[in-house]
Design a protein around this ligand. Sequence first.
Ligand SMILES: Nc1nc2c(c(=O)[nH]1)N[C@H]1C(S)=C(S)[C@@H](COP(=O)(O)OP(=O)(O)OC[C@H]3O[C@@H](n4cnc5c(=O)[nH]c(N)nc54)[C@H](O)[C@@H]3O)O[C@H]1N2
Ligand SMILES: Nc1nc2c(c(=O)[nH]1)N[C@H]1C(S)=C(S)[C@@H](COP(=O)(O)OP(=O)(O)OC[C@H]3O[C@@H](n4cnc5c(=O)[nH]c(N)nc54)[C@H](O)[C@@H]3O)O[C@H]1N2
Ligand SMILES: [Mo]
Length: 775
Amino acid sequence: MTGRTYTAAHWGLYEVTPARNGGRPTLRPFHDDPDPSEIGLHMGSREVARNRVLRPAVREGWLRHARGLTREDTRARGDERFVEVGWDEALGLASRELARVRSAHGNGAIFGGSYGWSSAGRFHHAQSQVHRFLNAIGGYVRHMDSYSLAAARTLMPYLVMPMDELMADHTDWKTLREHCQLFVTFGGVPRKNAQIAVGGTARHLVKDSLRELAGHGVRFINISPVRSDIDTGRDFEWMPIRPNTDTALILGIAHTLLAEDRHDKRFIQRYCVGFEKFEQYVLGREDGVAKTAAWASGITGIGEKDIIALARDMAGARCMINMAWSLQRAHHGEQPYWALLSLAAMLGQIGTPGGGFGVCYGAENLMGSRYRKFRGPTLSQGRGSVDDFIPVARIADMLLHPGDTYTYCGQTRSYPDIRLVYWAGGNPFHHHQDLNRLLRAWRKPETIIVNEQYWTPTAKLADIVFPATTSLERNDIFYAQREPYVAPMKRAMAPEGESRDDYAIFSELAARLGAGETFTEGRDEMQWLEHLYDEWIGKARDAGVRLPSFQAFWSRDLVEIEQLDEPVVLLSDFRENPEAHPLKTASGKIEIFCERIAGYGHDDCPGHAVWIEPHEWLGSGKARIHPFHLITDQPARRLHSQLDHSPHSIEAKIQGREPVWIHPEDARERGIRDGDVVRLYNARGSCLAGALLTADVRRNVLKLSTGAWFDPENWAPGNNMDKHGNPNVLTADVPASSFSQGCSAQTCLVDIERYAGAPPRVTAHDLPFLSRGEP
Ligand SMILES: Nc1nc2c(c(=O)[nH]1)N[C@H]1C(S)=C(S)[C@@H](COP(=O)(O)OP(=O)(O)OC[C@H]3O[C@@H](n4cnc5c(=O)[nH]c(N)nc54)[C@H](O)[C@@H]3O)O[C@H]1N2
Ligand SMILES: Nc1nc2c(c(=O)[nH]1)N[C@H]1C(S)=C(S)[C@@H](COP(=O)(O)OP(=O)(O)OC[C@H]3O[C@@H](n4cnc5c(=O)[nH]c(N)nc54)[C@H](O)[C@@H]3O)O[C@H]1N2
Ligand SMILES: [Mo]
């Protein structure tokens, strides 16, 4: 015990000096973290606090309407000022409106999907809080899957096992170091992304692990439009592929393996089903097109000889194939993942130490960790009477087209008619595609309520905004999967302004709606922590982890979780004995061809991996009009939109705007110089950004990270320009497929030009116009 105080954020565990005499807390990196993330160091800073929502605020027109003064006009969202009101009035307004919608239209008219990452800490998790609250008052329409992973999360359980299990059981870094010879990765192993783990991370593993592998002589090949999304500390090979064409490349490799008889027939026969159908397709016996290396070369832009050499190298070495999640966040995003699994099966190394596949080392710190696996404490979300959901990325479709039908995993379903939206812990005007379309959809609901810490675009577009506290202002428990420590998170400062915990906000609303006891079960914050902790002790014990009593835990700073001696090797049990350890798929084996998915009859996701052109890509005719493929990756200096206004994030902006990576040759042809303000555009919208010239990005590809707060010239839907560099004004709101309905943000063509004239001021981080008391 060292007497330190800790706080956790998704991007790290930090040591805190609590605020004294009305000052601010200061944060330091965790002393045992070999590669701490700078993102969190500014969490408690004055610059970040400047954007806090300080008091409950109600949009003026909505308030006038609630007071019987005027008709309501949802088109005014975003344009009107907010009136700051007292807590009692705000809670009264929100609870009466919830009650009205509930009695007039039923709980099925309330959308509480409320997707988003919220903050770390197991109790004050805003998602769980809002879902539990809405269930306590009778239920709500929820969301399925995530923006991160919908295509893979939907697909992989049919083929091998659920994504969550695959992710938690990745072959660990140490084992790779000892056994892997060739590490081929699609989309790098971005250390910038591995800053993050859901719930926080105490020891960041990726930087050292990659260096150790390279030091051991592991050969790395990065197949990606972006060279620098891996850093091994040494040279590595780069295959600059055209975005969204990886499936074609894998098919070309598969064809080479077949043609040269290098595939592992014994593995396929023993552990897989349906290989023959895939083989027929690859050889061209299904559609008359043999998926040769030459064929793949024409699609991917990778040389035929290089593809053949890659196939031979993969078959001739202990080979790990890794794939970034971004590949499945694309049109037909199921296909690269299915192809990856099919290729790994052909190589026959699944379940061996050092070989097989990964989904994805680098997306978060978790993958490759050897620390013990055990579940964390969780707040029950309760149960309501509404059994309706939408696939998470279909929000605009739902709001715009109530009653319309759509398909999902072979079912035909229809969209509910939503009257009220409640959001806590997410930022849809960060995460959704085609924001002009979302602006239109956002006008549909009668009321939008948001709990927020900061004046984000989503808060600015709400009717009622409740100010929520941050982790630094609450007590909580830090736990994340396969991390070496758990820890108490202790309040380090008083709540800013009049902000309250989400738990307190929902407790009050629930009480006013007659569900106070159901929601709180009579516990306050500390009683909840103790309750969740006590339940957790038993679960942890079953997994071989001994936790101290709650009192002992709370009076200590950290509890260490031991590292396992035995290696973690993905699917090793299955490899050892597939009869004793069958997979939970229909056949118990790896499904190279899947009867169930084939039976759904979705043309855009048939029974085995196929190459289908995305609706936009560099090989399509559309590229003559918009000749750049836009990659919108995860930002290095924040988590999505969180802390976009922190000094660390602002420091990297160019003329106040998000940097867009462009190849120097492409820039030269367009008269764009490093540091220029540029305009990116397509038929869906346009945004400004700051040009960053680098040969680390392939020609005809632009990279603009997500997370710059949406900053349109005005809030009316239409082709208006975002001034700050939010790529989601450009991306398309098209589902990955009719099977998964997942987010397909990485499929997007644009053009770019130098911005002539004086660029408009960035206003993303300005506060909305606030007035006190009377509308
Ligand atoms: N173009 C494009 N778009 C993408 C992606 C992409 O690759 N390309 N990626 C997608 C992916 S993978 C994801 S996961 C999503 C992420 O989308 P989101 O998860 O919606 O993004 P965040 O910025 O993390 O939003 C979290 C919000 O919760 C608020 N918050 C934090 N803690 C609390 C709390 O305790 N209480 C309350 N009430 N609020 C809190 C924060 O202030 C913030 O506004 O974006 C998706 N969007
Ligand atoms: N710092 C930071 N880390 C994060 C997050 C964050 O916001 N900030 N978000 C977290 C979340 S919610 C998620 S879901 C994960 C997401 O993890 P990913 O989805 O894997 O991350 P991305 O950064 O979108 O993409 C990774 C790399 O894939 C490459 N790529 C893009 N398109 C293609 C393609 O078509 N083919 C190939 N071969 N490569 C391609 C890009 O060049 C990029 O460098 O990251 C997590 N980590
Ligand atoms: Mo994500």
